[in-house]
Write a protein that binds this ligand. Structure first.
Ligand SMILES: Cc1cc2nc3c(=O)[nH]c(=O)nc-3n(C[C@H](O)[C@H](O)[C@H](O)COP(=O)(O)OP(=O)(O)OC[C@H]3O[C@@H](n4cnc5c(N)ncnc54)[C@H](O)[C@@H]3O)c2cc1C
Ligand code: FES
Length: 235
């Protein structure tokens, strides 16, 4: 566990915040960290995807939904915060034409992913879906070849899956499942990032288990990224 300081923490939209934390981090695209900024309550640290990493620190884009994220939202510059991780397998390093498809706060891991894939010379298009208000669009435009936004509709409808070699997605399970159905029969390989509820975040408690064609898997350790064709979304 790293004990460190908040460098900045700003509201970017209603209920959404971007927090940057000091330190030197080696992270794979699609990994997450366990964060806590309290001693005893709530008991568990909270899993948050890596939004970005640079020479000053690591950033997290998060939505306030409950006690833990409310505490994060109130952290000021210089506040203490503890980080475990980075954890998880992350998205694979692939080459080709790549679409990144995010829904809601599921867009969070796709920024660093786009940045890394683009830096490696790939074509990277982002498809980002939101319920009522878009988020950080200019930032995604800086790291992708193309950004398609859908507000209030179905972002999966906007993705021409046959144009891509690989598609990475993160967001509501139903969105990822519909995308998985759409990809069937095309040449695109789809990887999904599952955000099951977690407790330990490190492979010890089985709270995050998901069913796959290869048996039960721990989302925190074996994932959070899986090949879509291996995941039983509703099991
Ligand atoms: C691998 C992973 C990566 C994640 N990345 C991000 C991220 O980048 N940004 C972000 O904002 N959130 C992310 N989350 C979700 C985030 O961990 C939860 O929103 C957070 O733990 C809620 O804590 P809380 O104390 O504020 O709310 P709680 O009081 O714990 O819960 C409030 C409400 O949110 C629901 N909830 C909590 N966790 C989840 C979950 N995992 N899935 C669905 N509903 C949940 C609860 O059922 C409850 O209704 C991620 C989760 C995982 C597993
Ligand atoms: S959260 Fe404990 S095993 Fe995954």
């Amino acid at each position: 566990m790293i004990e460190t300081k908040v460098l900045s923490n700003r509201q970017v939209s209603k209920d959404f915040y971007l927090m940057k934390v000091a330190g030197s981090y080696q992270a794979q695209m699609g990994q997450f960290c366990m964060l806590r900024a309290w001693d005893e309550v709530p008991v568990l640290s909270r899993p948050i995807s890596i939004y970005d990493v640079d020479e000053e620190g690591i950033s997290f884009l998060y939505k306030v939904v409950g006690q833990g994220t409310e505490i994060f939202a109130n952290l000021k510059e210089g506040a203490d915060i503890r980080i475990d991780g980075p954890y998880g397998n992350g998205f694979p390093n692939v080459s080709g034409k790549i679409a990144l498809v995010g829904g809601g706060i599921g867009v969070a891991p796709l920024y660093y992913t786009a940045k890394q894939l683009k830096a490696a010379g790939n074509q990277v298009d982002c498809y980002l879906g939101f319920t009522d208000e878009s988020l950080m669009v200019e930032e995604y435009e800086q790291v992708a070849d193309k950004v398609v936004i859908n507000i209030g509709g179905y972002i999966v409808d906007d993705v021409p899956v046959e144009k891509y070699d690989y598609i990475f997605t993160c967001g509501p399970k139903i969105m990822m499942q519909v995308l998985a159905d759409k990809v069937k029969g095309s040449n695109a390989k789809l990887y999904v990032s599952m955000e099951n509820r977690m407790a330990c975040g490190a492979g010890a408690c089985l709270v995050c288990t998901c069913k796959t064609s290869d048996g039960n898997k721990k989302v925190c350790k074996d994932g959070p990224v899986f090949l879509a064709e291996e995941v039983f979304f509703h099991a």
